[in-house]
Design a protein around this ligand. Sequence first.
Ligand SMILES: [Zn+2]
Length: 66
Amino acid sequence: MRTRVVNCPRCGAQVEWSSASPWRPFCSQRCKVIDLGAWATERYRVPVEEEPEDPESAPPGAIPEQ
Ligand SMILES: [Zn+2]
């Protein structure tokens, strides 16, 4: 009986496609969490970057006259 082997989408490690690899197609829980986490983080990060956290760094109407 041959065992099918796939590559982890996250790090490229070879993963045995069997019950011995509960995180398949990822090689480990870490790779699975990182992959899903990076995906979710990017979605949440975009709107945060649009909003400056320090309002004093750029007060409205502070454009210097020439
Ligand atoms: Zn991996």
